[in-house]
Design a protein around this ligand. Sequence first.
Ligand SMILES: Cc1cc2nc3c(=O)[nH]c(=O)nc-3n(C[C@H](O)[C@H](O)[C@H](O)COP(=O)(O)OP(=O)(O)OC[C@H]3O[C@@H](n4cnc5c(N)ncnc54)[C@H](O)[C@@H]3O)c2cc1C
Length: 283
Amino acid sequence: MLKAFELIRPSNLAEALAAVASGATPLAGGTDLLVRMKKGMLAPKKIVDLSGLKELSEIKEDEENIILGSLVTHGDVVDSELTNNYLPLLVQGCRTVGSPQIRNTGTLGGNIVNASPAADSVPPLVALGAKVVLSSVNGEREMKLQEFLAGPGKTLKRPDELLTSIVVKKMKPEERCLYRKLGQRKSLAISIASVAVKFGFDPETKKCSNPGVAFGAVGPVVRRAVELERLLEQKKLDQQAIKEIASKAREFCDPISDIRASAEYRREMCCSLLYEALYELTC
Ligand SMILES: Cc1cc2nc3c(=O)[nH]c(=O)nc-3n(C[C@H](O)[C@H](O)[C@H](O)COP(=O)(O)OP(=O)(O)OC[C@H]3O[C@@H](n4cnc5c(N)ncnc54)[C@H](O)[C@@H]3O)c2cc1C
């Protein structure tokens, strides 16, 4: 049973920031937070409900970037013309989250701050080099999402901060991308391993440009595989090169064994997922 708590319903961002500064725990969609509270893992005394803040629920663009408010839901990402046009990799990741109910309730901000290594919006965002914007009563700061993630369930967010938006460079129309997730079943499954890949590709020369690769659920945090990206840029991506690069994926994994899979299986699946992704994107 839930323990009693004070609920604050701010009418604007300034009120929400004042509430977190006074020690209130942020509530967005509640699909992670309320589960933990029901299980007795958390018992916040004060909660600030962000769900009414329209200013954090928008998807906007400027010349170079798509700016996603932290309250944008996975369903919003799947449905938005802007994300479908400019961030198809993120759309693919969000489409695999939970069920329609979870996608329409769970937010990008909650998915990021919850900091699960298996979060499905995060590998696409990390592969795309996304930045997070953190706000407090004292102002704003911005950092790379990859650096923000500090460990399972841990981020560099200070208790008095809210994640207010996520800034992602627009993908180029010619860039190809794929998010691959392995779960114990096809839907409503937490990732055993996942990979997000994007790059520009010239089918004539089989050379790739501007690659981004990130793995989920195979280490303490979602991790960008910069060394694999370098190999992708160096090699002519024929069958042989794809096999070689995919087999190196195990070197970038540091998985654990848990109820879903053994560490060794995860390591192997990392290579298979990357092989499948590279094969589909280049053939
Ligand atoms: C049945 C089920 C299936 C699921 N399946 C998947 C899945 O397939 N893939 C997946 O990735 N996830 C899955 N999840 C997890 C969850 O739905 C997502 O992580 C979701 O995006 C969390 O967002 P939320 O808005 O519900 O976060 P909340 O539960 O509201 O918050 C999560 C955490 O983030 C903090 N927080 C939220 N917003 C902010 C903010 N703006 N600033 C600062 N802190 C903030 C909260 O205080 C809390 O600690 C599943 C959950 C359930 C219950």
